[in-house]
Ligand binder design. Structure first.
Ligand code: PAF
Length: 275
């Protein structure tokens, strides 16, 4: 497995990998969800590159940038075992040189939900992902549907900016009790970990009800009440058009429920297809 920490090393390594290259951008603290993206990239037949970079610009001032888990040695072991061909480990100065003057601004699918609650988050994500695409020059890039809004934002950015990369969304990997895998789950206390599967259970109940044409507003209200009763504090729980991510009050295909809820010190994010 090739490891590059400078642009020169990256360019040398990239030249050995051929035109078709699958790419999995990450912030490290790798889990089975990331490894599923690497498996999907390998199954597509091309070589696979992964990046590890905890991107400061996608964290708000009161968010957990300094506490975000950094587990580089364990990550590299997992990537080698998973058959990854190249790991790109840039530093902050490489990604954000002091004279950098360009940031991507977004509307459309970036506007609501995480975009409203975390101002600047998607600008940070889109800017770093565009830079990573420019550096790694992948033909395909793989993102987990756990961050469904992120997938839509990046898909739209690639389409709007005519970037020569195909975005592939991979279904969420879950614990046996339904909790979506996330690098931040390790911060859940045992009590909160026991409560956490309630988010996906509630999504499933609501998706079943809405698919059976039950009233959307009543279903959503009841879901939020159930989450609150279980000790979760919902930030949002909404039926949306799966492409625009605009809220909808009746079932149009394809639709999705997007949800975020606070549980102790962390926010759980999840979503489910409806209909
Ligand atoms: O999903 C993530 O881990 C990050 O948002 C990404 C896409 C690697 C950009 O920093």
């Amino acid at each position: 497995m090739l490891i590059a920490r400078t642009i020169n090393d990256l360019n040398t390594a990239r030249a050995t990998l051929g035109a078709a290259l699958g790419f999995v951008p990450t912030m490290g603290a790798l889990h089975e969800g990331h490894l599923a993206l690497i498996e999907a990239a390998k199954a597509n037949g091309a070589k696979v590159a992964t990046s590890i970079f905890v991107n400061p610009t996608q964290f708000g001032p009161n968010e957990d940038f300094s506490r975000y888990p950094r587990t580089e040695d364990a990550d590299l072991e997992k990537l080698a075992a998973a058959g990854c061909h190249l790991v790109w480990l840039p530093n902050v100065a490489t990604m954000y040189p002091p004279n950098a003057a360009t940031t991507i601004t977004l509307t459309g699918p970036a506007t609501n939900w995480e975009g409203a609650i975390r101002p600047g988050h998607f600008a940070g994500v889109a800017t770093v992902v565009a830079k990573l695409f420019g550096q790694v020059r992948p033909s395909h890039a793989y993102f987990g549907e756990k961050d469904f809004q992120q997938v839509q934002v990046i898909t739209r950015m690639v389409s709007d900016l005519l970037l020569p990369v195909e975005i592939i969304a991979i279904p969420t990997i879950r614990e046996p009790d339904g909790l979506a895998l996330s690098s931040r789950n390790r911060f859940l206390s045992p009590e909160d970990r026991a409560r956490a599967p309630m988010l996906y259970a509630t999504l499933r109940t609501a998706a079943t009800a809405i698919s059976a044409r039950e009233d959307v507003t009543k279903t959503i209200d009841s879901a939020c009440n159930n989450l609150t009763a279980a000790g979760l504090a919902p930030d949002y729980f909404n039926l949306v058009d799966a492409r625009s991510l605009e809220p909808i009050t009746s079932l149009t295909a394809p639709a999705r429920i997007l949800a975020a809820a606070k549980l102790g010190p962390i926010r759980l994010l999840d979503n489910i297809a409806v209909g």
